[in-house]
Design a protein around this ligand. Structure first.
Ligand code: CA
Length: 235
């Protein structure tokens, strides 16, 4: 079985080695880069299965790398984990907005990073063969096999977490899902308390799937609780 390939961008040598050693001990193949420029050059030849991007770098920063990877058809659906320093709360939110799937705050435990990587691959692999392959609702079509979402004929750019969130909401349409439940299902229990993550992702989903995101027809906010995907069609 081929090993999953991970590109890890980190300029601090000891962290870089720690990431490589521990992920390789868990069966992944890791290629490390010290600069965003080097990574962007290499991925023209090879697309990995996952990117780990540090934000603070000497040249172009990890957010810019993330932006470029997300704007390229070949890498736009490849999961990204961002590494942020504690003081970079702003970068964390920006990273998620740019399409990162997950983030870890430094200093982080390597075991935790390995767990997050495993969780991402579990989700990617499980979305290939489980449940329905095509989900349609209104003018929204979700192709679970290809991990693509269309509004009408238009293919939407959709990072992994947004995709999983939309899928969960649409499969449970008509039911109110609490922020805590969404966090647990999509991000894992270790995100407990960070419910703003859910709100950020819902905001970006609305901008993509709603005709008017200030007057959402698909994803309804249930004040103080969470969100509900409208099942108006079934009434
Ligand atoms: Ca750094």
């Amino acid at each position: 079985m081929p090993k999953e390939l991970i590109f890890a961008l980190e300029d601090e040598t000891h962290i870089q080695q720690l990431i490589k050693y521990n992920l390789e001990a868990n069966g992944y193949h890791v290629v490390t880069f010290e600069s965003g420029e080097a990574l962007l050059k290499e991925y023209k030849n090879t697309i990995p299965d996952l990117f780990i991007l540090d934000i603070m770098l000497p040249g172009i920063d990890g957010l810019e790398v993330c932006r470029q990877l997300r704007s390229d058809m070949r890498s736009k659906n490849v999961p990204i984990i961002m590494l942020t320093a504690k003081s970079e709360e702003f970068d964390k939110v920006l990273g998620l907005e740019l399409g990162a799937d997950d983030y870890m705050t430094k200093p982080f435990s390597v075991r935790e990073l390995v767990a997050r990587v495993k969780a991402i691959f579990r989700r990617v692999n499980s979305s290939i063969s489980t449940e329905m392959d095509i989900i349609k609702y209104g003018d929204i079509t979700i192709d679970c096999t290809r991990r693509e979402v269309y509004k009408g004929e238009k293919l939407l750019e959709m990072p992994l977490k947004e995709f999983e969130l939309l899928k969960l909401l649409i499969l449970n349409k008509g039911k109110v899902l609490s922020r805590e439940l969404l966090l647990e299902k999509i991000w894992g229990f270790d995100y407990y308390g960070e419910t703003r993550t859910v709100d950020v992702h819902v905001r970006y989903l609305r901008q993509k799937i709603e005709d008017d995101d200030s007057n959402p027809q698909y994803i309804e906010t249930i004040r103080g609780i969470g969100y509900k995907f409208n099942d108006k069609e079934s009434k």
